[in-house]
Design a protein around this ligand. Structure first.
Ligand SMILES: Nc1ncnc2c1ncn2[C@@H]1O[C@H](COP(=O)(O)OP(=O)(O)OP(=O)(O)O)[C@@H](O)[C@H]1O
Ligand SMILES: [Mg+2]
Length: 262
């Protein structure tokens, strides 16, 4: 199953239970889905439904209690070892004593690649941090730190990109601009991408498929194909069909939350 050439992200019966002060919390229960290599998948669902846990397992930072995970036909640990994974966490984890440029280049150094100053500068420019190359994280705003984390994830030209609410803390305009940049980069490199977001609009605008999850324990409520062609531009955000689609996603989410409340 994992060897299929067009396989993107594949979860096969994945469950994750955490022990918490003697009790156990089932964060995810029997999650199975498959995406195509090079496709863009968004994951939406209420707080605590296991979205970050799923990404952390794909990033080889957490092991499943049951089931198997693959990305581009490889296990998370193989992908990580080969430096083919780009990750942006909910909280940007930057090294405080390194400059913006050094934090980005570090992602290359850990894979044994010599940084190319021009590539790094282009990325810094891309995420709108031109002029801040030599600043340290403490001198940046939260949103700026998050943009450094995005640049760091992209500098290795990853095969698989995992994004956990990367733009959650940014203002609406910056967020839209970075969404457009993200689409451009994704289209240019055919990166298998999974984005966790709380923004239904962001999910609908960016992705090929939206996975909608329910809380306690996290399960898949629906896998919805996004019915819009590519390339997409800002005009799509104003179309009636776009708003109808976003409403459909909202309704699936709301029904899931109502069920969970019982
Ligand atoms: N290391 C851990 N130890 C114990 N429980 C954990 C751990 N990590 C996550 N959990 C539990 O797993 C569940 C899912 O957490 P997770 O962080 O994956 O949710 P999420 O969907 O990312 O939420 P949010 O939208 O708020 O970021 C929660 O009930 C949480 O308490
Ligand atoms: Mg989370």
């Amino acid at each position: 199953m994992a060897a299929q050439p067009d396989a993107g992200i594949l979860l096969d019966g994945v469950s994750k239970t955490f022990g918490l002060r003697g009790a156990s919390v089932t964060a995810l229960e029997k999650i199975s889905f498959a995406t195509r290599r090079g496709s863009f998948t968004a994951v939406i669902g209420p707080s605590g439904c296991g979205k970050s846990t799923m990404l952390r397992m794909l990033a080889d930072l957490e092991a499943p209690t049951a089931g198997r995970l693959f990305a581009n036909g490889r296990t998370p640990s193989d992908l990580r070892r080969d430096g083919k994974l780009g990750i942006v966490f909910q909280e940007p984890a930057l090294l405080p004593w390194l400059t913006v440029r050094a934090n980005i280049d570090l992602a290359l150094r850990v894979t044994g690649t010599r940084p190319d100053g021009a590539d790094t500068d282009a990325l810094i420019d891309l995420v709108g941090l031109d002029g801040f190359q030599d600043a340290r994280p403490a001198e940046l705003s939260g949103g700026m730190r998050q943009r450094v984390a995005v640049a760091r994830a992209l500098v290795t030209a990853p095969e698989v990109l995992l994004l956990d609410e990367p733009f959650g803390a940014l203002d609406e305009l910056t967020r839209r601009r970075l969404n457009h940049e993200l689409l451009r980069i994704w289209a240019a490199q055919a990166t298998t991408t999974m984005l966790v977001t709380h923004s239904i609009e962001e999910a609908a605008f960016l992705s090929d498929t939206v996975i909608v999850m329910s809380p306690r324990p996290g399960r898949i409520l629906a896998e919805v194909e996004v019915p819009f062609g590519r390339p997409r531009d800002a005009g799509l955000l104003r179309e009636a069909a776009f708003h109808r689609f976003a409403d459909t996603l909202s309704e699936i989410l709301a029904a899931g939350e109502a069920d969970a409340r019982g």
